[in-house]
Design a protein around this ligand. Structure first.
Ligand code: ZN
Length: 198
């Protein structure tokens, strides 16, 4: 985690607890992807019930809709389990969000990907140890010393997204993998292609 005394800025969230406008189309697209990834264990919860994995789609500009904090262990998400990130500041480690749930604390990693390329419309973050071990340094991998949730990792990610591989291994976040694409289907297919090769 981020520690103040080591010079990192603590993750900050400004949450407006109110429903936002989530279209049925977007909701269904998100949930179809979520269900598939949940069923094969790429999104889920550890035995201690801590959830992992999150998915998002771009709204307008650099705003995006993301599965909420601590929703990894929910089998079927409802509208209230999504949050809209309306604004963020990577350097300040700050996000603003609206929704009946708070946006994931991993939102800034999604933000970094969206910011890198306006054509990217969806981002998926999964955890899988075997995939991570197989692909680390074989696919674009962030520096293991860049701690997750810091401005450094966001910068690293932006540099790697320019390669447009559709996938990133998070070197400093064990099990962590990100995929991205022009649609949530595309991002999902990229993850599944690599998953099916292990
Ligand atoms: Zn993660």
């Amino acid at each position: 985690m981020i520690k103040h005394d080591e010079g990192y800025i603590k993750f900050n969230i400004k949450w407006e607890e109110k429903a936002f406008d989530l279209s049925l189309y977007d909701f269904q697209n998100l949930n179809t992807c979520h269900d598939k990834l949940y069923n094969i264990g790429l999104i889920g919860a550890y035995p201690n019930l801590i959830g992992f994995g999150n998915i998002s789609i771009r709204a307008t500009g650099n705003k995006f809709i993301i599965s909420g904090s601590a929703t990894g262990n929910i089998k079927q998400l409802s509208e209230k389990d999504y949050s809209l990130v309306t604004k963020y500041d990577i350097d300040e480690n700050l996000i603003h969000c609206e929704g009946l749930t708070k946006a994931s604390s991993e939102s800034l990693s999604h933000a970094a990907v969206y910011e890198s390329n306006p054509e990217i419309k969806a981002v998926i973050h999964i955890h899988h140890l075997e995939m991570w071990e197989k692909y680390i340094h074989n696919l674009p991998t962030t520096n293991k010393n860049a701690e997750f949730g810091t401005p450094e990792i966001a910068d690293e990610m932006k540099k790697l997204v320019i390669q447009n591989s559709g996938i990133l291994i998070m070197g400093g976040h064990q099990e962590g993998i990100i995929s991205y694409g022009k649609s949530i289907n595309e991002a999902e297919e990229i993850i599944l292609t690599y998953f099916n090769k292990i």
